[in-house]
Each structure stands twice: as C-alpha cells, then as structure tokens.
Design a protein around this ligand. Structure first.
Ligand SMILES: *Cc1c(COP(=O)(O)O)cnc(C)c1O
Length: 355
C-alpha cells in the first residue's frame, strides 16, 4: 500500500497562505491568457510552433545546442540519466539529491544505475570529496559514468553552489571522463541570486534542465537542454516513456510567459525569504538557516514547540507549511506577498508564546 499525502485535518480552514511548496502556485490570469492564445501543432511530430519556440529560447538561455520539452522535472532526470548511462554504471550525487530521495527509485528501476551518495554541507560537496569517491578502474568496481548536482540544492536549504566549487567538481568529472548533469529545478533562482548568467553557470554541464512548475509558476512542464546529439538520443527515451506529447504548445505558452514575466521577480521571493528568516531569528531559541534563495528551513524545538505541532497549529489558521528532513521548510513564491510573511511571523510568535 502506497500512502497518499495526508488530507487536511478535520475542521481546517481553506489555505490562505501557502508556504508548502513553490509547486503549488496557480497560473496567473495573464499566463492563462497566453495559454489560450497559443498556436499549437503535434509536438512529437516536431510541429508545435510554441513548443519549438520554448525549446529554442531555452537552448539559447542555457548556451546549449538543443532542448526538449517534457511534462515534469522528474522525467528530465529520468530521460537524462537513461541517455547518459548504461545499466550497472554509477552516478555520483549528493546524499540528499532529489534523484535519490524523491523519484520513486526510478533510476534503479529503469536505468539500472547505482547512485553513490556524497556528503557535504547544504546539499553540496567539494571537489576533494568527489575525488575521494573515485573508484579504481578494476573489474570489481562499478564503472563511474555521471556527475549529478542540484542547483539550487533543495534539501540543502535552497543553497546556491559557489561557481568556483561547481567548476572544481566539473573539472574532476572531466578528468575522469564522466558526463555531467545538472538538476536545475530551481536554476533561475540561483541565477537571480548570484547574478551569474545561466549559460555561464551551466557551461560545464553536458545536460541541464529547468522546472517551470516551481517558482516560475507554470502548471506543468520542464525543459532539458544539451548538445544536438544528446537531445537527439534523449528523444528515444522521451518516446519510450510516453513523454512525447501532442498539442503541448498550450503548456509551453505558459512557460514562455514565465520566461518573460516571472524570472526577475524571483528576487522578491528571495527578499521575502530573508525577511522571514530575519523575523524567525528574533524568536529566542529558533534555529534558522540563512536562505540563499526562496527556501527557509528552520527548527522551532529550541523555542519550546515541536515542529510537527507548529505545522499543525499554523494549518488550523490557514497557513500551510511543510516538514522536510526533520525541519520545517517555508517556500516563498509568486503567490506569497510580504504581508503574508508578516502574518505568518505573527502566527508563529503566537504559537510559540502559547506553547
Ligand atoms: C521538484 C524537483 C524535481 C522534480 O521536478 P517535478 O517537476 O516535480 O517532477 C527534481 N529535482 C529537484 C531538486 C526538485 O526540487
């Protein structure tokens, strides 16, 4: 029996402030209009002009030759790993990586790869750690094939890899002859926070993808980019997995709208995250991780209230927030305003005082 996410507790009011996840944004009125107006065709026939425009723009933004539209970020990881690796090969990734914890074991089930979990603070690892994980090329050791990094590192607290560290791990992979893949679910948050252009940030990666359903606010869709040859090979897996679509331009139009209107504004989410962290830190005993981007992780135990209890108390006031890796995660996004952050802080202060 596989459990579904918990339903709201009995008597809970509707959610008024949704800090649960940046995946829960609703398409804006302007985004819906763009979707309604989209020119469409047969995507798997290569004939949907809106999908083609999105892929061309994403290839240019990422500095890669080609790109493909897929229904989800998970499918981008699956298609990329299937394309890069053969069964029995090893992928090197952080121990908290989404590919390890949150994709249903698909990389073992379908690609037949094993994932070597690397350690390091904030969802990142050093070139030294990566180097220490190099296996000898013997007949005993699994062949190592792919370096995978997350930008931003999700469970790591939405942290942005310092560019020098990213370049250093890529250099190790290159020297070993491994391919490189970036899970860029929240890549544009890293780009906005660091000021480093996307193409420069991902230059060392053979494949990279961006999720349009996180802070960018689209209802579905992610785009995987790489060389002409990589994307050409990836198409076979897209087709095999049932990820080839038809009039997908309706959804690609939402993604194009997000590229035009929802990237610069990510800075507001980052400012709201910092304001939330600042307010939380003023509560005595609250353990708060300084956010790089739009995710704020905190643990209220030291302030005298259990994390699970705080989450439940907030939910009864229409504030939805998640627990992840034993801490509370607040996610800032385009449906959360600065006023909502103040209201949340007031509710948390009240819950702590009552506890
Ligand atoms: C959300 C997420 C994914 C998966 O994306 P979906 O669009 O939800 O399938 C993969 N990696 C990271 C880091 C994510 O945050």
């Amino acid at each position: 029996m596989v459990h579904a996410p918990a339903r709201p507790p009995a008597g809970a009011p509707p959610v008024r402030i949704n800090l649960y996840s940046d995946t829960q944004t609703r398409p804006t009125a302007a985004m819906r209009e763009a979707m309604m107006a989209a020119e469409v065709g047969d995507e798997q026939f290569g004939d949907d002009p809106t999908v083609n425009e999105l892929c061309d723009r994403m290839a240019a933004l990422m500095g890669k030759e080609a790109a493909m539209f897929l229904p989800s970020g998970t499918m981008c990881n699956v298609v990329a790993i299937l394309t890069h690796c053969r069964p029995g090969e090893e992928v090197l990734a952080h121990e908290t990586a989404h590919i390890l914890s949150s994709e249903g074991g698909v990389h073992a089930a379908l690609a037949g790869v094993q994932i070597n979990p690397l350690q390091g603070a904030r969802g990142m690892f050093s070139a030294e750690t990566l180097r220490a994980a190099i296996r000898p090329a013997t007949r005993y050791a699994p062949p190592q094939r792919l370096l995978e990094v997350e930008q931003t590192a999700n469970i790591g607290g939405g942290g942005v890899w310092p560019q020098a560290e990213l370049d250093a791990v890529v250099a190790v992979a290159r020297e070993q002859g491994w391919s490189t893949h970036m899970d860029g679910a929240r890549l544009m948050n890293a780009v906005v926070a660091s000021g480093i252009p996307a193409a420069e940030m991902v230059a060392g990666f053979d494949s990279v993808w961006l999720d349009f359903t996180k802070g960018l606010g689209a209802p579905l869709g992610a785009v995987l980019a790489g060389s002409e040859e990589f994307i050409g090979n990836a198409w076979r897996w897209k087709q095999r997995l049932g990820g080839s679509m038809r009039q997908a331009g309706i959804c690609a139009a939402a993604c194009i709208h997000a590229l035009d209107h929802h990237i610069d504004r990510l800075a507001e989410d980052h400012a709201n995250a910092k304001a939330l962290a600042r307010g939380l830190r003023q509560i005595p005993g609250m353990a708060v991780e300084e956010p790089d981007t739009n995710l704020v992780f905190f643990d209220p135990a030291g302030a005298g209230i259990d994390a699970t209890k705080l989450v439940a108390t907030l939910r009864m006031q229409g504030i939805q927030i998640s627990m992840l890796g034993g801490r509370i995660r607040a996610c800032l996004h385009l449906d959360v305003t600065a006023t909502m952050v103040d209201e949340t802080l007031a509710a948390i202060r009240e819950a702590v005082a009552a506890a």
